[in-house]
Design a binder for this molecule. Structure first.
Ligand SMILES: NC(=O)c1ccc[n+]([C@@H]2O[C@H](COP(=O)([O-])OP(=O)(O)OC[C@H]3O[C@@H](n4cnc5c(N)ncnc54)[C@H](O)[C@@H]3O)[C@@H](O)[C@H]2O)c1
Length: 434
């Protein structure tokens, strides 16, 4: 089977390469010529563990993949085309911006020459897949195509494994032919007994938003409890552990910190709430999560300022971690960067370091200064802020750091360190909910 992935970002590139790994021929299309050019030279536009190797394997050895910016040519022989373009928040109303999704649907409608299954993998509000069907119907006979919703659940940082061993696959489809194609594309997962849930288009779309919003709710819930812990002398890590051992609750997404960021949760929570509003339903829990999380990094920045008697003017902070989570270079809605910028606005100086996200951050945050490694970054600073829980920040040489900094203060926003150990080493350690 021939597959086309339109949009070669985190989702398109990774899921397409995993389909190549399953044995299918995959063509990657992107409107960004530069991205395609670089990929053709073997240069990866994003960082994701294992991605370079998987790409090289299928580009050089199996030759299962092709890269193109010509959608007409790519679609001429396609059995299935996946729409994997971005759906960011719209500035005006926080709704999902579907411009790219609809533009791709239009392009597809002009280029279907034989039967092709159109699969929407981008996260789109309920009703979008049906609109895409209508767009294509205007140009193409119904017998020549079907539309499916197949939301993606991979997580950056463990994306390849997530795609190859998912908890479930969701397929919204209303034709037997389309269902058969999708089931054969995911056949390798049957061996692993992966549950495959077949629904209508609307249900599949809603499952994605409800799942992300629920996970976001867990994070906000534990962050609120962390605030209470600080007031009453409880320890949030023990509270999380005690709660998470209950199988009905589960320990995942119960880590207190600076709130959720990234390219998905913030925008999906907002879009979910907007979809409900348009249908005269108020998702009050989701709305509260959105509001609480928007304020969370700003409140933590204020907490840092308060520590310095609300005067951080000219103080120098080492900001460790810029990506929204470890093992990715994605800085979209990174809480660490939001905190850095808040402090910057209050007159502080920020010197930042991240193992993989330096280039992206340097481009977007030119007012930060950047260190070449942790120790260079922490030289002469008044405080260290751990913003992202990269492994490399879990075992810092604190004795060495002590000789470099102006003041021995760590704001450990990811609760990586034991308070007593740090205290014994002579550090002032400010963490979350402890
Ligand atoms: N990143 C994740 O972890 C993740 C996980 C699950 C679902 N999703 C969803 O998947 C979708 C894609 O996310 P992403 O993070 O991969 O986005 P991304 O921004 O990394 O990549 C999108 C790509 O689409 C390309 N593109 C945009 N318009 C195009 C067009 N008209 N024709 C061809 N290419 C076009 C862009 O150039 C870019 O390369 C979003 O809806 C997102 O919510 C993302």
């Amino acid at each position: 089977m021939n597959i086309v992935m339109v949009g070669t970002g985190y989702v398109g590139l990774i899921s397409g390469l995993c389909f190549a790994e399953f044995g299918f021929k995959v063509t990657f299309v992107d409107k960004d010529n530069n991205r395609i050019k670089k990929l053709n030279q073997g240069l990866m536009p994003i960082y994701e563990p294992g991605l370079d190797e998987l790409f090289a394997k299928h580009q050089k050895n199996t030759k299962q993949i092709k890269l193109s910016n010509d959608i007409t040519k790519s679609l001429s022989n396609a059995d299935a085309v996946f729409i994997t373009v971005g759906t960011p928040s719209r500035r005006i109303d926080d709704d999902a911006d579907l411009t790219s999704v609809y533009a791709v649907a239009e392009e597809i409608s002009h280029n279907i020459k034989k039967y092709c299954l159109v699969v929407i993998k981008s996260t789109v509000p309920v009703g979008t897949s049906r609109k895409i069907k209508e767009i294509i119907q205007k140009k193409v006979n119904n017998s020549m195509f079907d539309v499916a919703s197949n939301p993606e659940f991979l997580r950056e940082g463990s994306a390849i494994n997530d795609f190859m061993r998912p908890d479930r696959v969701i397929i919204g489809i209303e034709s037997d032919k389309g269902e058969k194609i999708l089931k054969s594309l995911y056949r390798p997962l049957y061996i692993l007994e992966t549950p495959i849930v077949i629904t209508n288009l609307e249900t599949a779309e809603l499952i994605k938003y409800a799942s992300n919003s629920f996970l976001a709710t867990k994070i906000s819930f534990i962050n609120e409890v962390a605030d209470l812990c600080e007031k009453v002398g409880a320890n949030i890590q023990d509270v999380s552990k005690g709660m998470g051992l209950d199988k009905r609750i589960n320990s995942k997404f119960l880590h207190a910190g600076p709130g959720f960021g990234g390219s998905c949760f913030p925008k999906d929570v907002k879009a979910f709430s907007n979809t409900a509003k348009k249908n005269n339903i108020k998702l009050s829990i989701v709305d509260s999560v959105n509001e609480f999380n928007k304020q969370r990094p700003k409140i933590l920045a204020k907490k840092i300022e308060k520590f310095f008697s609300n005067n951080v003017n000219n103080l120098k902070f080492a900001l460790l971690g810029l990506s929204f989570k470890p093992n990715t270079d994605d800085i979209r809605d990174s809480t660490s960067i939001i905190i850095g910028n808040e402090l910057l606005q209050s007159g502080a100086k920020i010197i930042a370091y991240d193992p993989k996200a330096m280039k992206n951050s340097q481009y977007e945050n030119p007012k930060f200064k950047y260190g070449s490694d942790v120790y260079d970054t922490c030289n002469n600073v008044d405080a260290i802020i751990i913003g992202t829980e990269w492994n490399e920040f879990r075992a810092l040489d604190l004795k060495k750091l002590k000789t470099l900094v102006n003041k021995t203060i760590i704001f450990d926003l990811r609760n990586l360190y034991n308070q007593d150990e740090l205290k014994n080493l002579g550090w002032e350690h400010i963490s979350i909910g402890r």
